[in-house]
Each structure stands twice: as C-alpha cells, then as structure tokens.
Design a protein around this ligand. Structure first.
Ligand SMILES: [Zn+2]
Length: 641
C-alpha cells in the first residue's frame, strides 16, 4: 500500500506541475481507498470491448483494449480486477501493431480484488488484455431459463456499482476516472444484447451486436444485459425493453416516462444522453433500479398495475443529472449521487403527480430514515462516511439517500425554491461530466449560495449535516395530510370503534396502504411496551387483528410488491401463520435485496424463524444475485455445505 500511496502523491504533483490549464488533469484527485488504480500517473480515457457471451460456461471471453493518457512517463498502468483469468497482455503505440507485454497480478484482497500491473514501453498508449471472467463474477448474474419470466431462454445481466465492474472488465474501477467505450458482443442468435450505450431497437437479431458510448462515464455505469428481449416505444426518445411476456404490462406502467424527462429538463437543464430507455429485468435483480446511462435497469417489482411504484423511474431518471452527469469522486461521496437523486425524484413526482404524492413519499422516507438511524452506529450516520477498509456496498443505507435528500430540502426551504432550483441547475452545468468530492460541492455551495445570503445561511448547519451523525434539530419534518387521515381511521379500527370493513380504503394509493400498515405495527409495538400494560395486546390478539385485515383486504395474496413486503414483515413479527406460505413464495420468487434482507433478518430473530429462514434460503439461494447472496449469507451466518 505504501508504494501505491507514494506513486499516487507523486502523480498529483506532476499532474499539477505539467498540465496546468488542462481541465481533465486539473480535476482534484481524491484518494479512493477502493481502487488500486493510479489515474494521476496513467489515466484510461477509452475502452474497446470485444466478448463472446458463453452461457454454457457462464463466462465472458474476449478482450478489453484501453487507451491511456500518460501523465507520468515512467509509471506502469495499474488496473483493478477480481477473479479475472488474464491470458495475455499486449501494448501498442497508436493502435498500430500490438506487441506482447509483461504483467503481474498482485495478491487478491477480499473486498478490492487484485491489482493488474502493466509496465508501459516508451510512447505506448494502448493496452489490450485477453481474458475471461469467472462463473462466480460478483458483477454478473447468469440466469437459467426457469429463472426468467419466459422460462425458455437464459439471461445475463451486469451490476457494476459499487466496485463490481472489475469482476468483468479489467479497468480503473474508480468513479473519478471517466471513459468512453465501444463494444462488440457475440451472443446466441435468438437473444438480444443491450448496453448502457447507443442501442438500436431495430438491430437485426443475429447474435452480433455493436455499441458506442461517446459521453465519458465512470466504470460503475458500464452495463450489459443479454436475453430474449423485446422493445416498445414510450415516446420520441423513450422506450422499454423486457421479456415478451412482460413487455405490454411494462409499457403500460411506464407510460409517463417521456413526461418525466420533459418535466425534469424544465427545472434542471437539458437531458444530455440522447435516448432514455428502461430495461425491465427478471425478478432476481438485487436492486430496485440501476441508473445505467441511456438504459436504466429496473426490477419487475415496480409493475404494480397502477403506476404507484414509478417513483423508481423518477429516481433513476434523476440520476441522469445527479450521479451520471455529476458523479461522486469516491464512495465516501456517495451521498452526492443518492441524496441529490432522492431529492430530484420527489420534485419530479410532485410535478407529474401533484404535491400530496410528494408529501407522502417524503414522509415515508423520513420514517424509514429514523428507523434506520435507531439501528446504526454513529460513524454510519455521517453523510461524508469513512469507508476505508470496508466494502463500499456497506455505505448503501438510508443515510446517503434520505438524510442527503432532507439536507437539500432544508436548503430549498431556507433559500426558497426559485433560488435553490437556479443553484442546482448551475451546479449540474458547472460540473457536467465530472466526478467531484464532497469538499468540491461544499466549496461551490459556499460560493454560489451561502455567501450570497449570509443571513439565510446562518439557519442551515451545513457542517453538522455533512460531517456529524444523526439529524440537526432544525431538520425539516415532512408530513402528509393524507397520512393523517389514514392514521385517524386506523386508530378508530384499533380501538374497536369500527370494523376493518368500514375503513374507507377505496381511493388509497400504495403509499397510504404502507402508512396504514406501518401505523398499525407501531401501535402494536407501543401497546406492547412496558408501562403500556393497560392496552397491552397479546400475541394471539395481534394475530387476530391481522386476520381481520386480511379477510377485509386480501393482503396476503397482494400482487403489489411494496404492500406484500410490509404485510409479510408484520406477519413474521406477529406470528401470523396464514401468511407463511406466501412468505415462502415471495422469498423464492423475488431477489430484490431491499425486500428479502429485512424479511430474513426478521425471521432470524427467533429460533423457529431462523430454522424456517434456512429452509427457504437453501432453496432460494441459487436464484439470488451474488450481491444479495453476500448480504443474506451474513444475516443467516450461512456456511455453504
Ligand atoms: Zn440511486
């Protein structure tokens, strides 16, 4: 490590000393503890990829050709890799002829993988690596036909964020290095490949596909999917890809996408990526969505039938500004991606669906945040989190998302919406296609907002928001009048004034249902706490109340993933056994980590629950994504037999 630290610092000095005036090299380089790369000495600018997608072996096999900028002439190129089988490395001057080169692969670290070091001959500016991936690559998921919606063809998709790109491409896997790329992908003839690049929906399905991404993007946004995919247009520059049996449902659910793009542009400036398409993946996708540029990857669990879960699309679309255009320079700056995006997501929802919807989403966000803060250590409640020596995926809590969004809400409320919108628009413009640190953001905020209005600035404790745990006392507390109505009805039912069938739920949105269920659970818990003995509810009583709700509203068979998840969580907590078969079915068919991790955690709290969890997990595990598997293994202290 000392050697890399040394090279790194030297690189910075040289870069500043010899390249003044060149914007790219002038980018302040933050130490990224999650990459071996030395971008201050040698910086990758462009990558040409060429693979065969070998479903039978579950590997990608081919080449990555990297074009580099030599900032420090005597330094080798250092790349990140994880479980890659490197066969051969070649170098070239200007892409003319490639000559064999020596290379070394260092010792593998559990989190970081292994550095691949290539000494560069004088003037060499291209490096070609012949390699294949491992069948267990952390960034690839290979699905057998039964794991897809259509059940006939296999499926492959990638998930590169945070540091999984290195498991399928040897590259400088740090968000502060931006590259353009091309790719040629060979697949079985009946399948279509799509990437986070220019996709041609009408390309002949011949198993040979070419792509180009001409805007510089960080490594974690390089993405590929291969499957039996169809396309539907949603608007002049928007569309959706999905398996044939899902495509119509997906197109209906996502029909507001074009409107969302137009709305976002109105406030935050032009959409700079050309097309905006969405790929609906099979259910094992471990996340809600992934903002791969030009092609958001999304879980099918958002297809609720009533557009109530399309906040996810608003979120991933917002990343086209916050995250993809202005990118966190290291994973400790992750809140610059997610806090801004969660804030923008709610602004888009407000513009398209009205203020009450925004209030509901913000109130639910605050509740989740408070619940999570109650369980986190102080160090994990800090926006500018220290992740040195840890897996950057550990930083993916509600803190960067909800606390970050609440901070921006505080700024908006303090400085006024018009001023704050103007500030954000110029921020996106100023740092477009750059990767920046928290310090750079704070500097820009100070210069362009705080210092202009010192009296208002005094009302926002910026340092406390960014560098301290918990929430400042002056933090906004978003509330929703619609939720207050829901709570009143829930209260009347809980105190047995009215039966469940008299609760007027006909016009409830998913958000109102979630609030209702969470309110009921909270009432159960406060009634069960010491000192509340007068209203204490026995376990049997709680299960009886849940049974009444279930009869009235058919919650156990709910096809709405968010409602089903909340209901199943309550069922475990209150030992409501009639929901257990559905719980098992849910855990076997959905791989979204946001849902399955809390369910396994809740089960693991009692010995019988843990036994049940292990029985289900034994069957479900092979269908989950490696990222979800890593999380659940830890929850259940799983040891592969
Ligand atoms: Zn996000």
């Amino acid at each position: 490590m000392y050697r890399f630290l040394f090279c790194f610092c030297l690189g910075v000095v040289i870069a500043l000393g010899t390249h003044m005036g060149d914007a790219q090299e002038m980018e302040p380089t933050a130490r990224d503890f999650h990459s071996y790369a030395n971008p201050s000495a040698v910086r990758v600018k462009h990558i040409d990829l060429d693979w065969g997608v070998l479903f039978d072996q579950k590997i990608l096999k081919g080449t990555a050709t990297l074009t580099v900028d030599r900032i420090s002439a005597d330094q080798p190129l250092v790349l990140d890799t994880r479980d890659l089988k490197v066969e051969k490395v070649e170098t070239s001057v200007g892409g003319q002829s490639f000559s064999p080169a020596t290379f070394t692969i260092g010792e593998a670290d559990k989190i970081l993988g292994a550095p691949l070091t290539v000494p560069l001959p004088a003037n060499a500016n291209q490096v070609r690596i012949h390699y294949s991936t491992s069948p267990s690559a952390s960034g690839l998921q290979w699905l057998e036909p039964p794991q897809t919606a259509g059940k006939k063809a296999p499926f492959l998709f990638t998930q590169s964020e945070a540091i999984h790109a290195r498991s399928w491409i040897p590259l400088q896997d740090t968000p502060q290095v931006r590259v353009t790329y091309t790719a040629r992908v060979r697949t079985p003839k009946n399948l279509l490949a799509v990437m986070s690049a220019e996709n041609d929906a009408n390309t002949p399905r011949d198993g040979d596909y070419s792509f180009r991404m001409d805007r510089p993007i960080p490594s974690y946004l390089i993405a590929l999917a291969v499957g039996d995919l169809q396309f539907r247009s949603l608007g002049p520059r928007t569309g959706v890809y999905a398996e044939p049996s899902v495509i119509d449902r997906a197109a209906r659910e996502l029909s507001d996408t074009e409107k969302m793009v137009v709305t976002t542009e109105r406030t935050y400036g032009p959409y700079r990526w050309g097309r905006y398409d969405i790929l609906v993946l099979p259910p094992s996708f471990p996340y809600g969505g992934m903002e791969n540029p030009r092609l958001t990857f999304a879980t099918p669990t958002i297809l609720a039938g009533d557009k109530s879960l399309v906040s996810l699309v608003a979120h991933e679309l917002a990343h086209s500004w916050s995250g993809n255009l202005v990118t966190n320079a290291t994973w400790r700056d992750f809140w610059l991606n997610e806090g801004f995006t969660t804030y923008l997501e709610r602004r888009i929802l407000e513009a398209v669906y009205g203020r009450p919807r925004e209030e509901m989403e913000a109130a639910l966000g605050l509740r989740d945040l408070n619940e999570e803060i109650a369980t986190l250590e102080d160090r994990d409640e800090i926006l500018h989190i220290d992740l040195k020596g840890r897996d950057p995926d550990d930083g993916s809590t509600d803190i960067p998302y909800e606390k970050g969004a609440l901070f921006l809400r505080h700024l908006e409320q303090t400085f006024g919406r018009a001023r704050f919108d103007q500030f954000l628009k110029s921020y996106f413009n100023h740092f477009a296609f750059q990767s920046i640190t928290t310090e750079q953001f704070v500097g820009y905020l100070k210069q362009h907002l705080l210092d202009k209005y010192p009296a208002l600035a005094a009302k926002v404790p910026v340092d406390e928001w960014i560098y301290k745990p918990g929430l400042p006392v002056s933090a906004p507390r978003p509330t929703s009048p619609a939720f207050a109505q829901v709570a009143r009805q829930a209260q009347r039912w809980l105190s047995r004034e009215i039966p469940a069938t008299s609760i007027s739920t006909a016009k409830w949105t998913t958000q109102e249902w979630l609030h209702f269920l969470k309110f009921v659970q909270e009432s159960f818990e406060s009634a069960g706490s010491p000192g509340a003995s007068a209203t204490q509810l026995s376990q049997t009583k709680k299960a009886k109340l849940l049974s009444e709700l279930d009869r009235a509203f058919r919650l156990t068979p709910s096809g709405n993933s968010e409602i089903a998840f909340q209901w199943l969580l309550m069922s475990i907590r209150n030992h409501y056994e009639p929901a257990y078969p559905r719980l098992e079915e849910f855990l076997l068919s959905v791989g979204r980590r946001k849902f399955i991790k809390p369910l396994y955690e809740e089960l693991a709290k009692t010995p019988e629950g843990k036994k049940r969890a292990l029985t289900i997990y034994r069957r479900a595990r092979s269908g989950y994504h490696p990222i979800a598997v890593a999380s659940i293994d830890e929850v259940l202290k799983w040891r592969a037999d």
